[in-house]
Design a protein around this ligand. Structure first.
Ligand SMILES: *Cc1c(COP(=O)(O)O)cnc(C)c1O
Length: 387
């Protein structure tokens, strides 16, 4: 993408070329089914198990506690559905700022007679452990709360929440899709029983992820079929994807500090530049100081009039070759405000004026002034200079 600036890394990342190199032999050469008993099958099996060991080691798990899936969405569905099926309990707790891959399976469970509690979040997007404690009852099967929020980057106090769950004998799942590979994620330090991850969020391939299941947890397979994955997830293994995921996480772990230092610098430069140019017309959403180092979510106010149309801003940035995102979902043609920003208590107009720049290791410091210049120019055009 020449002269193009990609700042949508929370949606997906470009594959690292070293990951592609690691995957290539498993398309044309070692293509056998990893569950076949013959020599090439065993070779594929070894590659899968090596990747499982790498991933488990990095998050402090045992290899047998890792189940490969098709990505974050499947892992979340499998955690929620699998615990409800195994425990036979009828209550699940989550928050109203979660990803749809948690909210929608919880809503479907509610249609099948499961009670659900959607905890509120504070104005930064955080759930309090005290609220979790108060919501737990005798029928609670599972608490599912994300680590890093994908829209605003806010981090939940996962260790505190996990302690509350453990002392009440309730299982705890965390959607750690946005944090794995960026900040340390260790299953015992966090205290989780289940966690979800997705390779394409850390420079790995799309369509592959994993669910961590703490040994001994009550859980039933969600995807039934063959005996793959110790009968916990049927389906022929995505060998190149699994190899790629292992390589991608290995790189992300060994280069974590340098990536973080680089991206954090870009985030600060972007926030500082937008503030200098736009003053009070820009408002940063979430927890910009303590949240994830790669996400800048902002809303824009027109001093005299209503909030600026974020969708229009996004389209104009797109025309200029700057690719970012907003949290709005396009439901049957009507653009709605992000449920996450509304959960933070941000007024509807301001929520609809928001855009998310999510930076990554491939962004450069030279791109930041261009993003700031273009954003300012578009905003001035949209408001006839009145900023
Ligand atoms: C991207 C994302 C998902 C979905 O992961 P896929 O691998 O795309 O299915 C789930 N949760 C969060 C927080 C995400 O950012």
């Amino acid at each position: 993408m020449q002269n193009k600036i990609y700042t949508d890394n929370a949606a997906t990342t470009a594959m690292d070329p070293r990951v592609l190199d690691a995957m290539l032999p498993y398309f044309l050469d070692v293509y056998a089914n990893a569950n076949s008993a013959h020599q090439p099958g065993r070779q594929a099996h070894v590659a899968v198990e090596e990747s499982r060991e790498k991933i488990a080691g990095i998050i402090g798990a045992e290899p047998a506690e890792i189940v490969f899936t098709s990505g974050g969405t499947e892992s979340n569905n499998a955690a929620i559905g699998g615990v409800l099926a195994a425990t036979g309990k009828s209550h699940v707790i989550t928050s109203n700022a979660e990803h749809h891959a948690v909210l929608h399976p919880v809503a479907s469970a509610a249609n099948r007679g499961i009670d659900s509690t959607l905890l509120p979040v504070d104005q930064t997007g955080k759930v309090s452990a005290a609220d979790v404690a108060a919501a737990i009852g005798p029928h609670t099967a599972l608490v599912s709360l994300m680590h890093g929020n994908n829209e605003v980057g806010t981090l939940n106090p996962i260790d505190e929440i996990a302690a509350v769950c453990r002392s009440n004998g309730v299982l705890f799942h965390s959607d750690t899709v946005q944090t794995v590979g960026k900040i340390p994620v260790h299953v015992d330090a966090l205290g989780v029983d289940f966690l979800s991850m997705s390779a394409h969020k850390f420079y790995g391939p799309k369509g592959v992820g994993a669910l961590y299941i703490r040994s001994g947890s009550a859980w039933k397979p969600w995807m039934e079929g063959g005996s793959q994955e110790r009968r916990r997830r049927g389906g022929t293994l995505n060998v190149p994807g699994i190899v790629g995921m292992g390589k991608a996480l290995e790189l992300a772990a060994s280069e974590m500090l340098e990536n973080r230092t680089h991206v954090e610098k870009l985030k600060h430069a972007l926030m500082q530049g937008l503030t200098e140019r736009l003053g009070t017309a820009v408002q940063f959403n979430g927890d910009p100081q303590n949240g994830l180092f790669n996400i800048v979510n902002c809303s824009f106010v027109h001093p005299a009039e209503r909030a600026i149309d974020g969708e229009m801003l996004l389209l104009n940035l797109d025309i200029e070759g700057i690719y970012c995102s907003n949290g709005s979902a396009c439901t049957s043609g009507a653009i709605e405000a992000s449920h996450v920003l509304l959960a933070l208590g941000i007024p509807y107009d301001m929520a609809k004026s928001s855009i998310r720049f999510s930076l990554g290791k491939n962004n450069t410091i030279d791109e930041i002034p261009l993003i700031i210049d273009k954003t300012e120019a578009i905003l001035r055009r949209m408001t006839s200079q009145k900023l």
